[in-house]
Design a protein around this ligand. Structure first.
Ligand SMILES: [Zn+2]
Length: 248
């Protein structure tokens, strides 16, 4: 229709893309001024890389549950990676953030039948927060406006089993593994009187403690939670079935 070098039709598109990429910085600036202000910023789903991800906190949790049901039943969606790649080149708007374990058997994108750009995933053996994890999740909340954080533990977690042995057998570990164990032992100690299955009790306690700690240790996360723009939940991944049991 027109010469590509002279065509001005491309200009509005370029400008829109610039504005989209600037949006994250604008949100970050607003966040630093207080999340109360950010909560009033309207979300224009049409301008987001994945408009379908602009959901409420309750809808985000429901979407995680429905995705997990598909994964459990083996009827997963077909993900159009080539289309997603193009849409995501200019930005991201995931519908949930995950604090999960590094365990190779627990892969969040599979577990919740989600594509790229859907989940903002932080993983460390034992799924607990430290300063770096907290900073990453604060970024997800303040800049990417994720409406939900899931602390995802799992059965037979090796990191928490190590912390259990540190307490019950005075086990010691080489290198930086000891640092992981030290971070997990408070949750084990809390349930150390458990007679039946100390490991299972510690896994659940660790999830609950980190759900609480996210708000307790982060002003950004606490304010978003209090404003109702963020839900924080915990869940346990069952290894044999793939089912995630969400904690009440
Ligand atoms: Zn684990």
């Amino acid at each position: 229709m027109c010469d590509s070098k002279l065509c001005t039709h491309a200009q509005p598109v370029t400008r829109r893309r610039f504005l989209q990429s600037s949006a994250a910085f604008a949100l970050a600036a607003t966040a630093s001024a207080g999340l109360g202000a950010m909560a009033s910023v309207p979300v224009h789903a049409a301008g987001l890389p994945k408009p379908e991800n602009a959901v409420s906190p309750d809808e985000a949790i429901q979407r995680l549950k429905e995705g997990n049901q598909r994964y459990v039943s083996g009827v997963m969606k077909r993900h159009d990676f080539s289309h997603e790649r193009k849409a995501l080149a200019g930005g991201q708007n995931p519908y949930a953030a995950i604090l999960g374990c590094a365990d190779s058997r627990v892969a969040p994108e599979y577990t919740f039948d989600s594509g790229r750009g859907d989940l903002f995933v932080t993983r460390v053996a034992g799924n607990f927060i430290n300063a770096d994890m907290l900073g990453s999740l604060e970024y997800a909340v303040a800049v990417l406006s994720v409406p939900a954080i899931l602390v995802l533990g799992h059965e037979k977690c090796g990191a928490i089993a190590a912390a259990v042995k540190a307490i019950t057998n005075h086990a010691q570990y080489p290198g930086h593994i000891e640092t992981l164990v030290a971070a997990l032992t408070p949750s084990v100690k809390q349930v150390s009187q458990q007679k039946t299955d100390l490991l299972e009790a510690a896994i659940e306690q660790n999830i609950r403690n980190n759900v609480t700690a996210l708000s307790a240790q982060s002003d950004i996360i606490r304010k978003a939670h209090q404003a109702g723009s963020l839900r924080i939940v915990g869940g346990i991944y069952r290894l044999a079935t793939g089912k995630v049991d969400f904690l009440a």
